[in-house]
Write a protein that binds this ligand. Structure first.
Ligand SMILES: [Zn+2]
Length: 280
């Protein structure tokens, strides 16, 4: 199609931020970070390579995900530990905070709850910023690697994609079948994954993660959480996923509990106040 005469003018219209986050209720990050300093480990779990692990994280405690042994990305699902119907909403988190998240930003839950489930209090990779390819770390743009897309693109079945790993781990935790667990699995936070969109074709890209053993990201649990984490079969996601080709390493999760009184002034978020009548 030929360009209209005013194509240049139309392209030159300045963008407007859809959801200015200045209007969001702001967390008391300094309070959280002080509480995190004195917190002690009260629970842990390790996602083995190409497998997933789960961990309950009580409201008012911290979830730390740490790289061990080698560069590895993880796919994280978060649930309200008391109500699996409330879960992490990757799309709305992206709309609010952008394509990648870091310190001070929050992971939001789905409708009709729409409240912060977790707040990022520390990210040892926050120095990276946005590189020359438009890549950054901890994205909320990917979905999770899955056997259905593998079947579509490669015509083969692979059972250790993050989707399947998360499904098995949730089934094990709840004592239900994988068929019952699967519908609860949702789009993830891609922990430690370095991704972006190509400028010329707008395609989702990944590049070898710059995470190194000892790096971690830590979240404050705003509500009682069930965290399920898969150590992606893509390893550092520098080449391919949905196969056993890439070197893979474990990811460690820990719950850290602050000392008594460290969170004085913190109030857990209530579910969204919209009345749910939708005009009827
Ligand atoms: Zn994956």
């Amino acid at each position: 199609m030929a360009e209209p005469k005013d194509a240049g003018e139309r392209r030159a219209v300045e963008p407007v931020i859809c959801y200015p986050v200045t209007d969001l209720p702001q967390p008391d990050l300094a309070l959280y970070q002080r509480a995190a300093e004195g917190a002690v480990v009260t629970g842990e779990a390790t996602a083995q390579p190409r497998e997933a692990a789960y961990l309950e994280v009580p409201a008012g405690s911290f979830l730390r995900i740490t790289s061990v042994d080698g560069a590895q990305v993880g796919d994280l699902n978060l649930f309200n530990a008391r109500d699996l119907g409330e879960r992490f909403y990757s799309g709305k988190t992206r709309a609010l905070h952008g394509t990648h998240v870091s310190t001070g930003e929050r992971l939001w839950s789905n409708f009709p709850y729409l409240r912060p489930m977790a707040t990022i209090v520390k990210d040892t990779l926050d120095w990276y910023g946005i590189d020359q390819y438009g890549g950054s770390v901890h994205d909320v743009i990917g979905t999770r690697c899955d056997p259905y897309t593998g079947r579509l693109l490669q015509g083969s079945d692979y059972h250790h994609c993050c989707h399947s790993n998360l499904t098995r781990a949730l089934a094990d935790h709840l004592g239900i079948s994988v068929q019952e667990a699967e519908p609860h699995i949702h789009d993830v936070l891609n922990v430690f994954m370095c991704t972006g969109f190509t400028r010329d074709t707008g395609q989702y890209f990944m590049k070898a993660s710059h995470v190194r053993p000892g790096d971690y990201i830590e979240f404050f649990a705003e509500i009682d959480l069930l965290a399920v984490l898969s150590a992606c079969p893509g390893g550092d996601c520098g080449a391919e996923h949905t196969s056993d080709v890439a070197p893979c390493y474990p990811l460690h999760m820990s719950v850290r509990t602050p000392v008594e009184g460290a969170l004085t002034g913190w109030v857990p978020p209530v579910r969204n106040a919209y009345d749910g009548t939708h005009g009827r």
